[in-house]
Design a protein around this ligand. Structure first.
Ligand code: AMP
Length: 302
């Protein structure tokens, strides 16, 4: 397998100023894989309960996502409930129900072992560590969020020290590094021993740090934002999917992949849940990639 992700497959209830969606398909692994599949095959390690609608499984399968690492067990599926106000960069969590995630101990399919790229999407850092140790990928990247930094910061730090790259939201970067300054946060994460750090800034783009490179990419400017849920995970899916497609991990490739990630995420937020990404086709990505270049290009000479 070229690319594998570990993360949540969830039922989300979300309210934004533009509407409400209840018990809809969500989760970090869902958005990651739906974005990554435009560039690479993608296997998912996750868990769902008996209440998970079969139509969502059929939908993921129809998008050629490999679900051999998905387990269905007795109990209820992981659920997240949140809302956004007009500052769509800030998700407000109302409820996180871990449910089947609480006792999840992934059984990793043989074909996922030694994969080229492993993305540890947002989930319990103890499970992230277990999966990383068992899979032994060529390149590993991971995300986390406030919930895990609050409850299991030591484990979050352990996993950060073991992966090649951290891909994290600005709020979480500030919280983890205990600084308001994102440049300082990026450098502090490098000091932990992480080779590459990507800080996601929602509608303000992304920052990339490595030993030799600092790069700042804007986000694709959008007129329609309905629901930002999944933007971070689909950004990661587009970015890592693109790296996996070309089997590269150097700084200049990462810059280009970050732009691909931003483009895919820019579509996801145009509707609730997976409603927009399910209609997306590769030409849409190419078109926005061209427009993105026009928007950010300026003359070399002062
Ligand atoms: P984002 O891409 O950051 O907007 O992430 C959105 C997804 O994260 C939602 O679909 C949620 O189901 C999922 N999520 C929310 N809280 C957690 C958590 N504590 N661990 C893992 N996934 C979560």
């Amino acid at each position: 397998m070229n690319l594998v992700t570990l993360g949540t497959i969830a039922l989300d209830t979300i309210e934004t100023p533009f509407g409400k969606a209840e018990n809809v398909l969500g989760g970090s692994a869902t958005y990651f894989s739906l974005a990554a599949r435009f560039f690479s095959d993608c296997g998912v390690i996750s868990v769902i309960g008996r209440d998970f609608p079969g139509e969502y499984i059929e939908f993921l399968k129809s998008k050629k996502i490999d679900l051999s690492g998905l387990e269905e067990v007795d109990g209820k599926t992981f659920r997240w409930e949140g809302y956004y106000e007009y500052d769509m960069n800030q998700a407000h969590t109302l409820k996180t129900e871990l449910n089947v995630l609480e006792t999840f101990s992934p059984k990793i399919p043989e074909k996922y072992k030694n994969c080229e790229f492993l993305f540890l999407a947002n989930t319990d850092p103890e499970i992230q560590l277990k999966v990383l140790n068992e899979i032994k990928p060529k390149y590993s990247l991971c995300d986390t969020m406030n919930f895990w930094i609050i409850h299991k910061k030591k484990d979050v730090e352990k996993i950060f020290k073991k992966v090649n790259a951290v891909v994290i939201n600005e709020g979480e970067a500030r919280q983890f590094c205990e600084t308001p300054n994102l440049i300082k946060a990026g450098r502090d994460l490098l000091k932990l021993g992480v080779e590459k750090v990507i800080i996601k800034k929602g509608e303000h783009g992304a920052l990339f740090f490595s030993k030799d490179t600092f790069f700042s990419a804007p986000a694709y400017p959008l007129e329609t934002i309905v629901d930002p849920t999944g933007a971070g995970d689909s950004f990661a899916g587009g970015t890592v999917g693109h790296l996996a497609k070309h089997k590269v991990f150097d700084d200049s490739s990462i810059k280009k992949s970050i732009v691909c990630g931003s483009i895919v995420a820019s579509y996801v937020v145009e509707d609730f849940s997976a409603n927009r990404i399910k209609k997306l086709n590769p030409e849409d990505i190419v078109n926005r990639y061209k427009k993105f270049r026009e928007i950010v290009a300026f003359d070399h000479n002062l």
